[in-house]
Design a protein around this ligand. Structure first.
Ligand SMILES: Nc1ncnc2c1ncn2[C@@H]1O[C@H](COP(=O)(O)OP(=O)(O)OP(=O)(O)O)[C@@H](O)[C@H]1O
Ligand code: NI
Length: 623
């Protein structure tokens, strides 16, 4: 694939997609109209009290139901109070009370939705239960009951109404968070060592922000309508001027002065309509953005040809097996065959020491399955250790255990992972925070899904540098640009400013490699780093990996399907099958004297001449 060219066609159209929502709203007349009206209402709500000519409760009994005049701009109501003044005060109260409901709903709904969606666990169970209970409550009855207990107050009513509305935000946020949480780029953010709050703030909130705003506009309209309705039914506080109470007064005098009804009705109706229209326009615009972005992204992946090569995503298991498992010999666990170490490697200090590692998964039915059954390996300073085996043999699980990145339900159930003297098996997120993404780098299998589509490539490189190395923005930027140049990106500045969907898969993988080595880690874990790439790019990326590894003398755990890659890059290799290691040793020794039938079968498969996996003694034994 052409590495230099592919960005061009995509870059040209990218700008409008990123244009911010507010600015695009201004291009829609309906949106502008609604926004301007709401702004006017907001201004009146703020300054209403100050510009009102008279006290809203001051009653001039000589001028009951007076027509508009210089003294009473909109006339007076049934008690001789100035309608214009009351309208101004009512705007303040009604709007603020509606906002109170929205604020309460947002605070409760968004916070609990974020926590429940992100951490799951018991909080999720409780929150979901409470939400369902809340939704089952008949709102009006609750409001009436509350009025009976605490008296008629528009503030209490709206506060309680806010609680009743919280589930709509809870569900919205919960759904969005659960979806985002599964995205690989959130894993990638965890790898780069961002704390949970940072991840939520950056990745999760950025996704739910717009839907929350839209929902808030809708909810504000509903709160306003309900509030007015309650007061119109005479359930409000008659002494506080609100749109609803003015409506009641107007209704009482409808026969004599129909005008009284018009002002509050207009205020309520227009505000509700404006809120709904604004929400709709925002939603339209948002959906357009998303669909454009998706389309563009698809186009890019197809253009680079990586789609066909993408196998399984790292967080899920399974996928296309490299070999038909039926044709491979399966040997019961007889213990790993270890080849003698060469003297040079024995002398170097160990970076990673894995002993008897076991990884298991909780099943939905409460049982527990083990997928890695007690494996041990050492990686020494500057050494590349290949981990090879068929699909589903547990390579990724082993690598993820080292990274502390096992998906939900996965645990290290036994053994130890010692990294430069720190025990990582069952280590807390805190321990990992100082290590993962800083002292252990990670290069994922699928570059595209490990970059966050909503941030520029540059910002995703700069952020970990600032966090882990405490660099200033300027230094981190400089370093990122150097790294981008080092990993062979032709126009570093341009890629730095680009969004992930604007670059090819090969470029994206180079970016991730740059990110992984940026903090000068002692160990890099790479899970099939070239599987998702175009064949022509694979070799280049492997070359790059080899060069960087040698240049920085990093140790590397390289998960792969391919013995060719092992031969090319690795010093030592471990062959894995069905959750156990079957053979381990220096690459040269394994190549020359593979002893385990499975290793032999894998080796045979890469030889060009001769029948692949020809006569297998163990084959018959399996049936
Ligand atoms: N979330 C999970 N829950 C239960 N079992 C899982 C889960 N993820 C993986 N496994 C199991 O763990 C085993 C090892 O999977 P792993 O992803 O480590 O294989 P792999 O060797 O990396 O394969 P591939 O080459 O396809 O990436 C598989 O049998 C799989 O079924
Ligand atoms: Ni894997």
């Amino acid at each position: 694939m052409s590495e230099a060219a592919p960005v061009t066609p995509v870059l040209t159209n990218a700008a409008p997609v990123r244009m911010n929502l507010a600015r695009r709203l201004l291009k829609r007349p309906v949106g502008v109209g609604a926004a301007v009206f709401l702004l006017l209402i907001a201004v009146l709500a703020v300054i209403g009290g100050a510009i009102a000519p008279l006290d809203p409760t001051y009653a001039d009994i000589r001028a009951v139901l007076a027509p508009p005049s210089a003294e009473h701009l909109l006339g007076t109501d049934g008690s001789g109070r100035d309608v214009w003044s009351r309208l101004l005060f009512a705007t303040q109260t009604s709007v603020l009370a509606a906002l109170l409901a929205v604020a309460v709903a947002i605070v409760i709904g968004v916070v609990s939705g974020l926590i429940a969606g992100y951490y799951q666990g018991w909080f999720n169970t409780v929150a979901t239960w409470v939400t369902e209970l809340n939704m089952a409550l008949p709102g009006i009855v609750v409001l009436l009951a509350a009025r009976a207990v605490v008296g008629p107050s528009v503030w209490t009513a709206m506060f309680i109404f806010g609680i009743l509305l919280a589930p709509s935000f809870f569900r919205l946020v919960y759904a969005a968070v659960t979806a985002v949480r599964g995205e690989l780029y959130v894993d990638a953010a965890r790898v780069s060592g961002l704390s949970d709050t940072r991840i939520i703030g950056r990745h999760v909130l950025s996704v739910v922000r717009a839907p929350i705003i839209i929902q808030a506009a809708i909810i504000a309209g509903i709160a306003l309508a309900i509030q007015s309705g309650l007061e119109f039914l005479g359930l409000g506080d008659v002494n506080t001027p609100t749109w609803g109470s003015m409506l009641t007064d107007g209704f009482k005098n409808i026969a004599r002065t129909p005008f009284l009804l018009i002002w509050p009705s207009l205020a309520i109706a227009l505000t509700c309509i404006a809120l709904t229209l604004l929400a709709n326009v925002m939603r339209d615009e948002l959906e357009r953005t998303v669909s454009v972005r998706r389309k563009r992204r698809r186009a890019v992946t197809t253009a680079t040809g990586s789609v066909a090569a993408v196998t399984t995503s790292v967080s899920t298991s399974g996928g296309e097996p490299i070999e038909d498992p039926d044709e491979l010999p399966v040997i019961e666990n007889q213990g790993v065959i270890r080849h003698a170490e060469d003297a040079r490697s024995k002398a170097t200090e160990k970076v990673l020491e894995v002993r008897d590692l076991r990884v298991g998964y909780d099943q939905p039915d409460g049982s527990h399955i083990e997928v890695v059954h007690g494996v041990s390996l050492d990686i020494r300073k500057g050494e590349v250790h290949g981990l090879i085996g068929e699909s589903g043999s547990g390579k990724t699980q082993t690598a993820f255990a080292v990274l502390g990145l096992l998906p939900r339900g996965g645990h290290v159930t036994g053994g130890s992972i010692l990294y430069e003297g720190t025990e990582l098996a069952a280590a807390s997120e805190r321990t990992y925070a100082g290590i993962r993404g800083k002292r252990i780098g990670y290069i994922p299998q699928e570059p595209m899904s490990n970059l966050d589509p909503s941030f520029t490539i540059g910002s995703q490189l700069v952020e970990p540098l600032r966090k882990h190395l405490g660099l200033s923005k300027k230094d981190a930027t400089e370093r990122s640009l150097d790294l981008l140049a080092r990993v062979g990106i032709p126009q570093p500045k341009r890629t730095f400013d680009a969004y992930p969907f604007e670059v090819s898969g090969g470029m994206a993988q180079r970016v991730l490699i740059a990110g992984a080595v940026s903090t000068d880690p002692d160990l890099i874990v790479a899970d099939e780093p070239t599987t998702a790439l175009d064949v022509t790019v694979q070799a280049e990326v492997l070359d790059l990996l080899r060069d960087l590894q040698a240049e920085r003398n990093m140790a590397m755990l390289l998960v792969t399907h391919n013995f060719g890659v092992v031969a090319d890059l690795c010093d030592r290799v471990t062959v894995m099958q069905n959750g156990v290691f079957v053979e381990q040793g220096p690459v040269r020794s394994i190549f020359h004297q593979a002893r385990h039938p499975y290793t032999q079968a894998l080796l045979d498969a890469i030889l060009d001449e001769g029948p692949a996996r020809a006569p297998l003694a163990a084959k018959g034994a399996r049936a």
